[in-house]
Design a protein around this ligand. Structure first.
Ligand code: GAF
Length: 416
């Protein structure tokens, strides 16, 4: 395994273990997690592998086999993480910054030197997600010392498939085992979310971390984001001659940074105006809409109907009517485009062209403003869908999108 080989080459000793955590796509339930609502993601076949061993000091060394500099592993197009969370934190008081060999681009570990982090404020770019996990574990009172960690990831970059959550979970799993913390997958997901919220500064919900931690092969993960109860929902698309095709638009609209936090704020403001704890609690949609206007009205319309779509989709899956879920995917996209306003031309064109090409349904997935769409396609329609989307991009002079087949894959686990 590459991560373990690189670990040996760089650290001159054996790793104590290796772990893998996947990225995700979300089948339905978008921008509902931070509204105490419902989500239905599944893990993708790509993820982050960590190889690690304890150190006898408090230092963390990190080497990524992919990084071509700060940030390349870190963002996933879901509303770009900011850096100010990290810099405003207390440091651990262990002296002045010492960052050595901060360019892990030199390859597979032979010549590359790891980042040496002895103070939280030193972490930059992708390393913030890993350091944030260590910070969050210690904040939660866990006795965690240092570690040497080598990271090897294959989540397509910038595709909105949660490479950051995969990185967080691959590191959290390593610390959990190395220091015998006994934390559950859900505990680790919450630690990772805290790292992202309070260390990285991205106010995400729990979906991506929970998906990476808890998904099961061949299943989607239903989560009630209020109670944090989860259920594995069988998703045997192949038995129905179907597959989920990821269409990676290849774009991330930087101008949209900050929009995620603004959507979240709109929802909190609307909930306050309606006198409910969270938009999950809105039962009379028509009544709620009559008391709101502008953006808040639109956000509520999306969140409330999206929660219903998640439940409807699960009902269809339970009834064995997998091929009927397409209409819900289409409705979700239209709602995200028109009411939640987190789509972009590249996502809209991908979705419309996929449906024109014969997809059962399609929608953007993840935070939006770029990243990926998913399309539910019958096996014998896949090429037509690809051709139609590619043609639509070409005719606009856009770079061709990338197509990736998504099979529901296992959640985070130990490899060795
Ligand atoms: C991003 C966030 F990280 C998730 O928590 C979720 O809100 C998603 O956007 C939208 O559904 O991936």
């Amino acid at each position: 395994m590459r991560a373990a080989d690189a670990f040996r080459a760089v650290n001159g000793r054996e790793p104590e273990g290796a772990w893998h955590a996947p990225g995700r796509v979300n089948l339905i339930g978008e921008h509902t997690d931070y509204n105490d609502g419902f989500v239905l993601p599944f893990a993708v076949p790509w993820g982050v592998t960590s190889a690690a061993a304890r150190r006898d000091d408090d230092t963390l060394t990190l080497l990524s086999l992919q990084s071509d500099g700060a940030g390349s592993l870190g963002t996933d197009g879901s509303g770009s993480p900011r850096t100010d969370g990290a810099s405003s934190l207390r440091t651990d008081g262990s002296g002045s910054p010492r960052t050595e060999g901060a360019d892990p681009s030199e390859g597979q570990g032979g010549d590359a030197r790891p980042l040496v982090i002895s103070e939280y404020g030193q972490a930059e770019g992708w390393a913030r997600y890993a350091v944030g996990v260590l910070w969050a574990l210690r904040e939660a009172g866990h006795a965690v010392g240092g570690a040497d960690i080598v990271i090897d990831g294959d989540v397509p970059q910038g595709a909105g498939l949660s490479s950051s959550a995969a990185l967080e979970l691959a590191v959290a799993m390593a610390f959990n085992d190395l220091y015998e913390l006994g934390l559950s997958g859900l505990d680790l997901a919450l630690i990772a979310q805290k790292a992202e919220n309070d260390f990285v500064g991205m106010p995400c919900g729990i979906m991506d971390q929970a998906a990476s931690a808890l998904c099961r092969e061949g299943h989607a993960l239903f989560m009630d984001c209020r109670s944090l109860a989860t259920r594995a929902v069988p998703l045997d698309l192949a038995a129905h001659g179907l597959r989920v095709l990821i269409i990676d638009t290849g774009v991330h609209h930087e101008l949209a940074d900050g929009q995620y936090a603004r959507r979240r704020q709109d929802c909190e403001n609307a909930a306050k105006r309606l006198g409910v704890d969270a938009l999950r609690d809105v039962t009379d949609l028509a009544g709620a809409l009559s008391r709101l206007d502008g953006d808040e009205r639109k956000r509520v319309q999306h969140v409330v109907t999206e929660n219903h779509r998640v439940q409807a989709l699960i009902g269809l899956l339970r009834a064995g009517a997998v091929s009927e879920i397409g209409a819900l995917l289409n409705a979700s996209h239209i709602s995200l485009r028109d009411q939640y306003e987190v789509s972009c031309p590249e996502l809209d064109v991908a979705v419309e062209a996929a449906v024109r090409g014969g997809a059962r349904g399609a929608r953007m997935t993840g935070g939006g403003f770029g990243g990926s769409a998913i399309a539910l396609v019958a096996d014998d329609r896949e090429q037509r869908v690809r051709d139609e989307v590619t043609r639509s991009y070409e005719s606009r002079g856009w770079a061709p999108p990338r197509f990736l087949p998504a099979t529901p894959s296992p959640g985070a686990h130990r490899l060795t």
